[in-house]
Design a protein around this ligand. Structure first.
Ligand code: AMP
Ligand code: MG
Length: 316
């Protein structure tokens, strides 16, 4: 006699620290053993990417590029080469608001509570002279990356988590996982639907009042990323400085406290969320409105909410 086994799918979750940040993984599976094996794959993938792009790990390929700034080109994996190439593309798209070579500024601006006085104008000036994506030299034939100026440095703080979330999602989709969420500290990437057939939804809160959700938006096969300064910022003379640096001035951006971007890929959403901080409300919205399938919500330091043209917020 034939027996029928009815599997009932449900969500399985795991929270862990990767890339120095909290990751929440959710997969839809029939049983916990299957779910765990999927989540192990995602963790391995994210760990692999971290080893490539971390600028803290002195043994990463990225650190090798930084150590050789002003000295010589470094041959890199095609994956890293392409990521840097796309990052430069986003710099061009945002008129330099996004710039992975912002990283030399992290020698003078520290947002971990250790900075007690504002860096001097001279310090900022000499440091920002090392910032500029135009001085990241790519050689497509030799597949090398060369930072032209001594002291130049690149970092993927504004794009790496989004990239890792995209890669982990793709890997699990390729393995046939029907649905899930990769949430990298607010860089969320989803696919498929919840076991009850509903779309995944993302709750948007105002950092001024974190307990109150002001919008609940469905996301299907897409990414939503929030960049916020409410955890990492410094205040000097009553002015709040976000951990996002304007690469053109060397000063941290001010005025905006949270930017949420919706896009098909987390990598783009991540990079654009950071860029809008630097571009400011008007230019930021204008740029986002020109990009297909990209939307955003901006909250300024007074708590005002602005949104791109095609986004509907259901007031709760
Ligand atoms: P996110 O949370 O995605 O907005 O990324 C913020 C992080 O991106 C910062 O902590 C820095 O590591 C890095 N970053 C800061 N300013 C910039 C910038 N203008 N372009 C690219 N990355 C930046
Ligand atoms: Mg970002």
């Amino acid at each position: 006699m034939m027996s029928t086994v009815i599997f009932s799918q449900r969500n399985y979750q795991r929270t862990l620290k990767l890339m120095g940040s909290r990751f929440d993984l959710t997969v839809v599976a029939n049983d916990s053993a299957t779910a765990n094996s999927y989540m192990d794959l995602a963790v391995d993938e994210i760990t692999r990417i971290e080893k490539l792009i971390s600028s803290w790990d002195p043994n990463s390929r990225t650190s090798e590029i930084n150590k050789n700034a002003g000295i010589k080109p470094v041959k890199v994996e095609s994956e890293l080469y392409e990521l840097i190439k796309r990052a430069i593309g986003i710099s061009k798209l945002t008129d330099g608001a996004f710039d992975i070579s912002y990283a030399s500024m992290d020698r003078i601006w520290k947002f971990d509570g250790s900075m007690k006085t504002m860096p001097s104008e001279e310090e900022i000036k000499s440091s920002v002279a090392k910032v500029g994506f135009q001085n990241i030299v790519l050689d497509p034939v030799a597949q090398t990356v060369f930072l032209k100026l001594p002291g130049m440095k690149i970092g993927f703080g504004a794009i790496g988590k989004g990239y890792a979330a995209d890669k982990a999602k793709q890997l699990l989709m390729d393995r046939g996982v029907p649905a899930g969420i990769i949430n990298a500290s607010g860089d969320m990437n989803t696919w498929g639907k919840q076991p009850d057939g509903e779309s995944w939804k993302v709750a948007i809160t105002n950092p001024m009042n974190k307990n109150k959700v002001f919008a609940l938006l469905p996301i299907t096969d897409g990414a939503v990323v929030t960049s916020g300064d409410y955890e990492r910022y410094v205040t000097f003379n009553g002015k709040r400085y976000a951990h996002i640096i304007d690469p053109r001035t060397g000063y941290p951006s001010t005025g905006i406290i949270s930017v949420t971007v919706f896009a098909p890929k987390a990598e783009l959403a991540d990079a654009l969320a950071t860029s809008v901080f630097v571009m400011g409300k008007e230019i930021g919205l204008d740029r986002i409105n020109q990009l297909p399938k990209v939307e955003c919500i901006i909250i300024d330091e007074k708590g005002n909410i602005s949104k791109s043209d095609n986004i509907e917020i259901d007031k709760l």
